[in-house]
Design a protein. Structure first.
Length: 396
């Protein structure tokens, strides 16, 4: 079986088997070309681009994205990434001593850092709710609902978790939080394109997204969705001029759209990523990558002591899945910037890029696939993992 016909739209290094789209998702040709065209246009006449057309074009790109997200464009602002969007929410959340921000134990490390810093500055605190293992929907919602207290001022929860790669029951979680009058901020970079998003009916207050994961937008493209009931409180963590550079009527987005001089090309070309993913291409990406990841996961689960981790069934994931690995004698928990020896060996001996790490003291391997990956690449990877783990068993 060969690759997908759309694979030729990507320009990946043939020396590498790239199975980490979940961390950094490269763009297909039309998206790269659109980003380059916007940058060229800026270079030809900077005053025209920055002062007259940028805001209009950002609005146009936002409208295209709003269609995919099933929301109204005036609820969306385009920002560099989900990290920046989360920082905006942190700057916009009033907190005082004694208040609490609740996160789950599956939240992304950088997100945890953002809220710890914000809470420290306000004399408030973060709390972490441990979800059931594995996080089945009903029990997950119940665990979060039980952890919401009168002092909880915000719930921060992933739509699709990072290390554990599971889809959380967002609609039910938002409903439980609203019943207790707790606003919800969703950390959603993996959900864009992976899932059908209906932001206006999800029930959250904020949704932070990145375009450079499954939607294959340019690196440095993301968004913040804000419910109108929160709009007036929006504050910027990067203070600049604040108003509209083109002199149009004021909008809640103004302080977030001019952050000093920077090339808006990635944000403008995000619209081209949405256009690339027609409904057929979107369905094809999900079908193709799910088949690849399911087969690879099956193969990994045949290796002694490799277990399903947080996604026990094939229906629990789309294009990214993690499995739990046996721990070696000298294994130390590490994650960001401290790759596991398995990740290093896959990269250095086999030319394969994956994500490994630790979550809650457990050792995991996460595989991602997109339209440019082939069944043979996944087979190569699982065979290499089997060989490395066998060597680890011998060394134990
Ligand atoms: C769950 C989750 N949240 C937030 C982020 C941060 O995304 P970005 O680096 O695009 O801001 C990531 C990145 O991998 C993530 O997996």
């Amino acid at each position: 079986m060969t690759g997908h016909p759309l694979a030729s739209e990507w320009d990946l290094d043939p020396a590498c088997v790239y199975l980490n789209h979940g961390s950094f998702g490269p763009s297909p040709r039309p998206v790269r070309e659109a980003r380059e065209a916007w940058s060229r246009r800026l270079e030809r006449q900077p005053m025209r681009h920055f002062c007259r057309e940028m805001e209009i074009e950002l609005d146009r790109a936002g409208e295209v994205l709003a269609g995919l997200l099933h929301t109204q464009p005036d609820r969306l602002v385009l920002l560099d990434n989900a990290t920046f969007a989360m920082n905006v929410v942190a700057a916009s959340t009033p907190l005082k001593p004694g208040d609490e921000v609740l996160l789950t134990d599956h939240e992304y490390g950088a997100v945890r850092n953002i809220w710890q810093a914000r809470c420290r500055a306000a004399g408030a605190r973060t709390a972490s709710v441990s979800l059931p293992f594995p996080p089945r929907p009903t029990e997950t919602t119940a665990a979060i609902a039980a952890a919401l207290k009168p002092e909880t001022k915000l719930l921060v929860v992933s739509h699709v978790t990072s290390a554990t790669a599971c889809v959380l029951p967002l609609r039910e979680i938002c409903q439980a939080a609203r019943q207790r009058s707790v606003p919800v901020c969703v950390d959603g970079p993996h959900a864009l394109a992976m899932l059908d998003l209906q932001l206006d009916s999800l029930g959250c207050d904020y949704y932070c997204g990145s375009g450079h994961k499954w939607l294959c937008g340019p690196f440095g493209s993301g968004f913040l969705w804000v419910h109108p009931r929160r709009r007036d409180a929006i504050q910027t963590p990067i203070v600049s001029w604040g108003g509209s550079i083109a002199g149009r009527p004021a909008s809640w987005k103004d302080s977030l759209q001019w952050l000093g001089t920077r090339d808006p090309a990635p944000l403008l070309a995000l619209a081209d990523a949405v256009r690339f993913f027609t409904p057929d291409v979107l369905a094809e990406y999900r079908r193709w990558s799910h088949a690849l990841i399911s087969a690879a996961r099956q193969r990994l689960l045949q290796i002694p002591d490799v277990t399903p981790f947080c996604t026990p069934a094939e229906t629990d994931f789309v294009s990214m899945a993690a499995v739990e690995l046996p721990q070696t004698a000298g294994w130390k928990p590490g994650y960001h910037g401290h790759p596991d020896s398995l990740q290093i060996q896959l990269r250095d001996r086999h030319g394969i890029e994956v994500l490994t790490g630790s979550w809650s003291g457990r050792r995991f391997l996460r595989l991602s696939a997109h339209l440019y990956n082939t069944p043979q690449q996944l087979e190569l990877c699982t065979a290499a993992v089997a060989e490395i783990l066998q060597q680890e068993r011998r060394d134990r």
